[in-house]
Design a protein around this ligand. Sequence first.
Ligand code: ADP
Ligand code: MG
Length: 627
Amino acid sequence: MMREVKLSRVSRVYGTSPTVIALDGIELTIGQGEFVAIQGESGGGKSTLLNILGLLDTPTGGDYFLGGQAVSDVSAGQLPLTRSDSFAYVFQAFHILEQRPAVESVELSMLYRGISTQVRRDRALDALTQVGIDHLAYTVGRNLSGGQRQRVAVARALASRAPVLLADEPTGNLDSRNTQAVMECLERVHRTGATVVLVTHSQELAARADRRIQVADGKIVADSGQSSPVAPPPPAPDGEAGRVRLRHALADVWANVTSRIGRTSGLVAAVAVAIALAVATSGLAFSAQAQVSDTFNAAESTDVFMQWDELTGDTGTAESIVQRLAALNGVTAAGVVSHHDARTVSASPVRPPLMAPVLTYEGQLEAARLGVEWPAAPRKTLGDGEALVGRNLADQLQLPTLPTTPVIEVDGAPLSVVGIIDTSPRAPEWLGGVVTTTTSEIRFADRTISVTALVTTATGAANQVSREAPLAIDPFAPDRLVVKQPTDPNSLRATIEGSVQASLIVLTVVAMLGSIASVTLATLAAVAERRGEIGLRRALGARRRDIWSMLTLEATAIGVSGGMIGVLLGLGAILAVTIARHWTPIFDARLGLAAIFAGALIGIVGALAGAMRAVRIAPSEALRPGN
Ligand code: ADP
Ligand code: MG
């Protein structure tokens, strides 16, 4: 492939005031296959010249023709592709992938041309063999010496098959033995038909080139003249510039992430902590909510209590009310109790009678949820002439202790006491009175004070029953009944859920923001540290979007890993707490997916600032010695 480079009146001015004229009206043509040495004092403009030749920098004046085409016609987006088609670089500051095996540094330029993994690997190993360090192919970059690194860089140039190799003081940091070795490698590249432009301070090395150019104060002050190529031009580089395959990009990202295991685990941990916190709080909130609701359902939501004035309305007999209540859906037991004014009660003819409230009860005793001491078998209902006496009244009457069945007289009518009421949570006043049946031989007419219905329901049915029961008792005036119903567990649950969700959202948002902040800081630091690497990738043909997607994919990988670890940690926390508290753990699988997604989001958002900074890195700046 022919890549003649031709500069016409090219100048490069840095800064505004004061301005530095680094290049001043350069006229230079280098034919394909030449070996050119550029010499000159430090600060004379050699690097600037090489950067302009290599499309790493743009002239501020004049024209550059590459293979006959005006470079000013090439769009900024196209420049990396033209670089990849034409140039290979060897820098004084080495620039290889510090964390990755040498062979992967050699493969890098081929990555951005979509060349298959196998071809890349074969050709990279072959190039390493040609420069004599194939035994170091799998040694990590940071463990290589300067001479070895520079040979990796030359191997990368060889493997890329670029027609032009630009080397800026490649031996500036090397001892004489390594200098000789690298020079021999450059000569080997030259023999493939490639153009080699070598900036060097060494007179001896310059003498080995076919053409020598002297640069001073931004001008070419001496030129030994164009030379003839030693070999036919090399074939065009294979692959296609800018055609990065997704799976190659993913493999590259994976290698980046796994080769910086310390940094990666720090970031994964930052994401994992946030996700674990979110998962644990939400999971525990749901478990706790379920626990609270269960408690309500189990106790308070099974009791319904209604009271009304016996003297008004048309309710029918107590017995028929009980039947109607018991027929309602969800009712497990029902009873109707009539409250009357106080009566004389005596337990023995030798003691004066007491005044005590007397209640008549119709229906199942179970509905009153009494705790009764039964002398014989427990009763489900009271029979004719039978009574229960409250513990307090029994003590006042000095009733003989059960299991005898004492007889008391109420207004002179005898009642046999079949049990003593020890506890009466639904009607505590029963502890001081007598409970008997409506069929007892006591005259209650016109002396009833009020009537109460006690209903127990199946779990969760209390609300429905409390809506239907007044109609069942008095269909014509249900409103006159005072209904005591438990708090609606649904609205209670909604209240709890509402407040829990609000604090949950706040916690999760705070945790997410915190971890986005730490990922942002870490990515910014990483981009600063990887300036050289990013500059190198750009020089080798990576477009801005390739750098952008590399950093974003790295962040996504970290975010997803953090998300998955976070879900596991969060689940562990939920299990630990629920087991310790004997709760039923509740975990929605969708929450797990959402958490992993949130992890990815944290990674991507956290990488934004770093990625924005990275795509603005100018390769010519990033690749200078000292960066
Ligand atoms: P050489 O490689 O021959 O030592 P350079 O091309 O690096 O010289 O630099 C040529 C001149 O341009 C020097 O005076 C240098 O200070 C100046 N220069 C190079 N790069 C920049 C820059 N980015 N900003 C301002 N001045 C620069
Ligand atoms: Mg220089």
